[in-house]
Design a protein around this ligand. Structure first.
Ligand code: 9PG
Length: 579
């Protein structure tokens, strides 16, 4: 046994042991090497010096330094230990990398990490995992926090306290009937300068048989360490996306505003579809003759907060921003072309990635945010923001993928100001605690429960990310512990119409009630003309419930998922049942 650690002494817990502790290093372009490590004593490996502190204030603290006289590019560094016999029916609650990635329990030795399916192009892996590589055989991965269990009884929680400096991936596999855990700091090729030392996010390990308790403790601790923004008011609103999609027009917004007089909306949010090109956020297309100022003016005149969707780290190849400033684009990992941030047919295919490490790009993002606020928007939905963590070459090669995402959000926050509500979406969760006010915590809903075979954006192996209300339901339950600990949860919109939808009345109600039980944002996404009296009554009930739950969550008790450790998925949130 190499060390003995305990977690935060304010919690009542057993003391887990880190047996046979090793450090594993993966320099960029080489395979992993590992060696035993003794807490308190520096360990030299692959040109790096790793220091793991003796147990201290309940967390494993560690740092890495480049001991050589040349720069060194690093993919990953991990602490690896033996967590004892796997026991019967070993399971892992896995948290996905970004907003749309599933958070659910999987069976060790049976379920397979989606990255091992080689049908999707590598870009898809990079969008849905911190490490875009293929997982090891038998390995399950979880981002930021994981819960080990036997059957439906939890055993151990493992988490990184913080994620702004680097992503933290918990990798678990069964080796010879024993559990091997690797808590991995993901550097993604970031350069460590000669003699530079980086302090890594501490790792906490706690024993408990209730998975919710483990996740709540981790989130409490992480929220405190990262100064989570948890004080935004409860929000109800309207969003254009899930009825109008990219075809939305200014007339649609005005028509819904005209119908909304006696609807209880704080925010009216225009989504994707207003812009002339991805990247040129101040310019509208011809469906929005009054420009972004005109729309904001109309919303504000109705007494509501104006909200706007943007995808700030992307630029279409023919956008003004990309053609005027090609030097603002990240470069592809190899060759001369810009780095891809997203491929999306609806926008015309490949979208380039803005280089958030370039100070001019940071200035541009800040100025854009300030201009949108000037135009009247005080609620910004920042979407597809995983794109700043996609592979590439950057002006500042020392930033990790998490730091590149955070640099972009920080620039926008500086420009927007402290009192604008910023909602993360398509966002790496770990990097943004303390930055966003709200966070989308699941995949897109859609006007159907299960995704039909011809659903758009369906990817083999990543089917659980396909827009479908059932998929949003799963994450709304399993990530309910994050609400008011890391931010306000945005479970995604409710849809109340009973025409122009494939959702049954039962599914409409089950989803709306789950959103209410989560205490998170309640956003309606319908043509209000299609909602009947029953739909309106449902909204009123959901809002009463959501406000109650949110008030309790603010006081420290977030709602709990039922069936958190069920490999079939959760069954609901306490108080609401039934998939
Ligand atoms: C606007 C939408 C809405 C929605 C967001 C996000 O992989 N895809 O092609 C893909 C497309 C859209 C999408 C997610 C994934 O949805 O979550 O609320 O704002 O963008 O385009």
């Amino acid at each position: 046994m190499a060390g003995r650690y305990c977690v935060d002494s304010s919690y009542d817990h057993a003391v887990p042991e880190l047996a046979r502790l090793r450090v594993q290093v993966r320099p960029t372009g080489s395979s992993a090497v590992e060696m035993p490590v003794k807490p308190g004593r520096p360990t030299s490996i692959a040109g790096l010096e790793i220091v793991v502190d003796p147990a201290d204030a309940g967390a494993v603290r560690w740092s890495v330094a480049n001991a050589g006289d040349r720069d060194l590019d690093l993919d990953a560094i991990a602490l690896v230990w033996d967590a004892g016999a796997a026991g019967d029916d070993p399971r892992l609650f896995t948290n996905g990398y970004q907003s749309w990635t599933p958070a659910r329990t999987r069976r060790l030795g049976i379920d397979v990490d989606a990255s091992r399916d080689l049908r999707p192009i590598p870009l898809v892996r990079a969008a849905f995992h911190a490490d875009p590589g293929v997982a090891e055989p038998g390995e399950l991965r979880s981002e930021q926090v994981a819960v080990l269990a036997n059957g439906d009884r939890a055993r151990l929680g493992i988490g990184f306290v913080g994620g702004a400096a680097h992503a933290g991936t918990v990798r678990v596999r069964v080796v010879d009937g024993r559990l091997e855990i690797a808590a991995t700091a993901w550097f993604g090729g970031a350069t460590l300068r000669s003699s530079e030392r980086r302090v890594l996010h501490p790792i906490v390990i706690e024993e408990h048989d209730d998975p919710s308790v483990l996740l709540e403790h981790w989130a409490d601790r992480t929220g405190r360490a990262e100064h989570a923004r948890v004080d935004a008011p409860f929000l109800a609103g309207w969003c254009s996306w899930y009825h109008y999609f990219e075809h939305v027009t200014e007339r649609d917004i005005l028509a819904n505003l005209a119908l909304a007089d006696d609807w209880p909306f704080d925010v009216f949010q225009l989504d994707d579809g207003f812009q002339r090109a991805i990247g040129d956020w101040m310019q509208t297309n011809d469906r929005f003759p009054s420009g972004i100022e005109g729309v904001a003016g109309a919303i504000r005149a109705s007494g509501r907060t104006a909200g706007l969707w943007i995808a700030p780290f992307l630029a279409a190849p023919d956008s003004d921003v990309a053609t005027a400033h090609p030097e603002w684009l990240a470069r592809a990992p190899e060759g001369d072309s810009p780095a891809i941030g997203m491929y999306h047919d609806v926008w015309g295919g490949v979208m380039w990635q803005l280089d958030t490490t370039n100070p001019e790009v940071a200035d541009h993002l800040g100025a854009t945010a300030a201009a949108l606020v000037d135009a009247g928007y005080r609620y910004l939905k920042l979407d597809f923001t995983f794109s700043a963590s996609m592979p590439g070459r950057f002006a500042d090669p020392t930033l990790t993928p998490a730091e590149r995402v955070r640099a972009g959000y920080d620039a926008i926050r500086r420009g927007a100001g402290d009192d604008v509500f910023i909602l993360g979406c398509g966002a790496p969760l770990g990097a943004l605690v303390g930055s966003v006010d709200g966070m989308r915590i699941g995949p897109d809903v859609a006007p159907w429960w299960e995704a039909p075979a011809d659903a758009p954006e369906r990817q083999p192996a990543y089917e659980e990310t396909t827009p479908a209300t059932k998929h949003a339901f799963v994450n709304t339950c399993t990530r309910s512990f994050m609400h008011r600990r890391l931010w306000s949860n945005d479970p995604d919109c409710i849809m109340l119409r009973n025409r122009e939808t494939r959702l049954s009345r039962e599914s409409v109600a089950r989803w709306a009630e789950t959103v209410g039980a989560s205490g998170g944002l309640v956003l309606v996404s319908d043509d209000l003309a299609l909602i009947d009296t029953a739909g309106r009554q449902l909204l009123d009930q959901v809002l009463v419930r959501a406000r109650e739950v949110d008030a309790v969550a603010r006081a420290g008790s977030s709602p709990r998922a039922q069936g958190l450790l069920d490999p079939e998925g959760p069954s609901g949130i306490s108080g609401v049942s039934g998939v």
